[in-house]
Design a protein around this ligand. Structure first.
Ligand code: DQA
Length: 141
């Protein structure tokens, strides 16, 4: 695995100031720069969108590139988007589903993920460290 794409879905552009008691105080820029420092041999790209179709377009763009892996936090689309799940099922690169909060300890609607059945693996509830753990998992595949 040489190239990693970190994908954040809706409202995750607000990390650091969005409900920090749930999602922490670290913003996206810090998360990505820490990942680049920690994994200097990897090319780490970042994409965030609040729009379902834009997320699908970006996943499709890299979805057949050998040597690429995706760490995906789809935000609330995790629980609702059959289109995103279909996209992940269609593409060939590994996708690690991550969630900062422990979705299983929250409202019932967050317990169901449409993405989990088609993800390569799942990392949940360990704070923003889930992104690092997702990258590490991809490097070991
Ligand atoms: C989240 C959990 C989702 O339920 C929520 O809608 C998010 C963030 C997480 O990282 O904990 O936006 O994916």
């Amino acid at each position: 695995m040489k190239r990693i794409l970190i994908v954040n879905g809706p409202n995750l552009n607000l990390l650091g100031r969005r409900e920090p008691e749930i999602y922490g105080y670290t913003n996206c820029e810090t998360i990505i720069s820490q990942l680049r420092e920690r994994f200097p041999d990897l090319t780490i790209d970042y994409f965030q969108s609040n729009h379902e179709g834009e997320l699908i377009d970006r996943l499709q763009q890299v979805g057949y590139d050998a040597g690429t892996g995706i760490v995906l936090n789809a935000g609330a689309y995790t629980h609702t988007s059959l289109a995103l799940a279909d996209c992940i099922a269609a593409i060939e690169v590994p996708v690690i589903e991550v969630h900062i909060s422990n979705v299983h300890a929250r409202e019932e609607i967050r317990h169901r993920s449409l993405i989990s059945p088609v993800a390569t693996g799942i990392i949940v509830g360990l704070g923003t460290d889930v992104y690092r753990l997702g990258v590490e998992a991809l490097t070991r595949l």
